[in-house]
Design a protein around this ligand. Structure first.
Ligand code: DAT
Ligand code: MG
Length: 153
């Protein structure tokens, strides 16, 4: 099964959207295997957004991400990296379709409420960045046979 990292950023917390966003993942059938509230340091922000540190908007992004706590989540499911990216929608929330998390809940590029890993390779790195091995949980969902057929697992 794939795993992916989701961050619910400080705008999601301030706007009291955490529960409704987690509910979307639960309802889709994705399995929650790690969850915590954390505060990013400037160094961790620079590592996580290393592809963006030279951009003019980076100082605002860092200030925004380190100033308040965020929620870090690891989800598990078949092809869940792409499923979660599709559920989130594009970076610019104004271009995100209704039905996506950004398309339903935000109207901004820089205040777009949620992060999701963009590939399997990135997901593996990002999960290690935010979670220790013993903060991730392996457990059985009793309804799993109603979420996947046996030959899909
Ligand atoms: P995504 O979060 O969709 O994976 P990304 O990795 O390119 O997008 O950028 C990470 C975050 O940086 C994004 O969620 C918000 C911010 N950001 C990206 N492009 C931006 C821009 N042009 N102006 C302002 N903020 C931007
Ligand atoms: Mg990204």
């Amino acid at each position: 099964m794939e795993r992916t990292l989701v961050l619910l950023k400080s705008d999601a917390i301030q706007r009291a959207l955490i529960g409704s966003i987690i509910t979307r993942f639960e309802r889709r059938g994705l399995k929650l295997i790690g969850l915590k509230m954390i505060k990013l340091s400037p160094a961790l922000s620079k590592e996580h957004y290393s592809h963006l540190t030279s951009k003019p908007f980076y100082p605002d992004l860092e200030k925004f991400i380190i100033h308040n706590p965020i929620i870090a989540i690891v989800l598990e499911g078949k092809e869940c990296v792409q499923i979660v990216r599709d559920m989130i929608g594009p970076t610019n929330s104004r271009k995100a379709l209704p039905g996506t998390i950004r398309g339903d809940l935000s109207v901004s590029t820089s205040r777009n409420i949620i992060h999701g890993s963009d590939s399997l390779e990135t997901a593996e790195k990002e999960i290690k960045r935010f979670f220790k091995h013993d903060e991730l949980f392996e457990y059985k969902i009793s309804l799993s046979e109603y979420i996947y057929a046996q030959d899909e697992i």
